[in-house]
Ligand binder design. Structure first.
Ligand SMILES: NC(=O)c1ccc[n+]([C@@H]2O[C@H](COP(=O)([O-])OP(=O)(O)OC[C@H]3O[C@@H](n4cnc5c(N)ncnc54)[C@H](OP(=O)(O)O)[C@@H]3O)[C@@H](O)[C@H]2O)c1
Ligand SMILES: *[C@@H]1O[C@H](CO)[C@@H](O)[C@H](O)[C@H]1NC(C)=O
Length: 391
């Protein structure tokens, strides 16, 4: 900005007299200042990225709703970053498929070229490999633990001698599966026990699972409102409460909620879903403040539409499956992109992240600053949608 301003000034001066001094100022002060700032900015970003990858490497990360959509993609990015995953959902087959997919990621990473590396004291041997297609110079970024399967694979290729296991060299941890229904509070309590038995502690809990809804308030059975609140709100709250004491004991923890733009503004015919996400936001804002003395971070991510099966899996006023892929959902961001945003937000311990385009972002501000305008826009939208439905 400064540079542009001075440039403008120097042109104007050109009409009045020699702009020499300003040119000197530009070349001796402004340009070095500009490049210096860019350099510092780059350095800060690099340091941030390193800090955030150290935060996630080896962390125990529990992800609910890992069977599909955003949860599945989050599992992949956190797995690649070296997190120890606990994958949750109701569909066991889906989770097993995901584990197979993660295994392929691990194996894919060690195909390509291998070489051996030893600790300076020769006590440990690791395989350094490049993922197919990556350049040789990135070799040191891929340090792999010689676990038993890899060892035999590598021996077949006659590249590697028997070697030790060294936890600090482990890039990939074996993921675990815990099956439970979030709308069943008792099942949630048992699941929390199972998780702690499996992995001993939880560093990061990502409350991602959720169900959406379409219907009018007048026609929707209260049992449907309740089921949605149980799945999207009470289940995650119960899981959070069950895991918090162990986090506090370990003096390390992070609660992440995948909310929605609809946790900030309410749109017609989504009452139960919107209410459950508003409740999530409110709960997390309280939690964040209450957890400050315990140094436990709370992150709320509120995305707009994502290309997942959420609208297909949504329920209607009588609890039956909606089963339609909405246009907005189909045209949303990809789950891979949103998973990367979630990953960054967690690594940087962000507090509140809105992942939305210009219009939804403006709507969030409008609701806060000019509610009357927002309400009339929503009334018009309800009228239009009702007409569309009646047609
Ligand atoms: N897609 C969007 O446009 C969008 C926008 C904003 C926010 N979000 C939020 O993003 C999160 C992920 O949704 P998605 O888009 O990835 O949809 P999705 O593909 O339908 O995934 C939902 C996940 O939640 C799990 N789940 C649903 N009900 C459950 C229950 N009773 N108990 C346990 N797990 C349950 C499902 O696993 P099982 O079937 O195995 O149980 C599934 O893995 C949700 O919280 C959603 O509200 C989505
Ligand atoms: C949507 O569901 C289908 C069928 O169950 C599945 O194959 C697909 O991977 C799902 N899509 C996403 C984005 O999870």
């Amino acid at each position: 900005m400064d540079y542009v301003f001075f440039f403008f000034l120097s042109i104007r001066k050109g009409f009045l007299g020699p702009p020499r001094k300003l040119m000197d100022l530009t070349s001796w002060v402004i340009i070095p200042f500009l490049f210096g700032s860019i350099g510092i900015y780059g350095l800060v970003r690099l340091l941030r990225r390193l800090r955030s990858s150290a935060y996630i490497q080896d962390a125990v990360v529990v992800i609910t709703g890992a069977t599909s959509g955003l949860g599945k993609e989050c599992a992949k990015v956190f797995y690649k970053a070296g997190a120890q995953l606990v994958l949750c959902g109701r569909n066991e087959e889906g989770l097993k498929d995901l584990i197979n997919e993660l295994c392929r990621i691990r194996k894919g990473s060690v195909q390509g070229s291998y070489s051996l590396a030893r600790d300076s004291d020769e006590s440990h041997t690791a395989i350094l490999g490049t993922a197919p297609g990556t350049e040789e110079r990135s070799v040191r970024l891929h340090v792999f633990l010689c676990d038993r399967t890899l060892q035999s694979e590598c021996r077949q290729q006659r590249r590697v001698l028997p070697c030790d296991t060294h936890p600090s060299l482990a890039q990939f941890h074996k993921p675990h599966i815990v099956i439970f229904d979030l709308s069943d509070v008792e099942a949630v309590a048992n699941a929390a026990k199972e998780i702690l038995q499996l992995v001993g502690k939880v560093d990061i809990l990502i409350n991602n699972a959720g169900i959406s809804y379409r219907g009018t308030i007048l026609n929707t059975k209260v049992s449907v409102d309740r089921m949605i609140m149980d799945t999207n709100y009470f289940g995650p709250v119960a899981l959070t409460k069950a895991l918090l004491p162990s986090m506090i004991k370990n003096k390390r923890g992070h609660i992440v909620a995948i909310s929605s733009v609809q946790g900030k503004i309410s749109i017609p015919f989504r009452s139960a879903y919107s209410a459950s996400k508003h409740a999530t936001q409110a709960f997390c804002d309280c939690l964040r403040a209450e957890m400050v003395p315990h140094d436990i971070a709370v992150t709320v991510v509120s995305p707009g539409y994502i290309q997942t099966n959420l609208s297909l899996n949504a329920v209607t006023d009588d609890g039956s499956r909606y089963g339609v892929m909405d246009k907005n959902t189909a045209e949303g961001r990809t789950p891979e992109e949103v998973a990367r945003i979630v990953f960054r937000a967690v690594g940087e311990r962000s507090k509140d992240v809105l992942v939305a385009g210009l219009v939804p972002t403006l709507a969030v501000y409008l609701r806060a600053l000019a509610p009357k305008i927002f309400f009339s826009i929503m009334a018009a939208r309800a009228k239009k949608e009702r007409k569309f439905k009646d047609a």
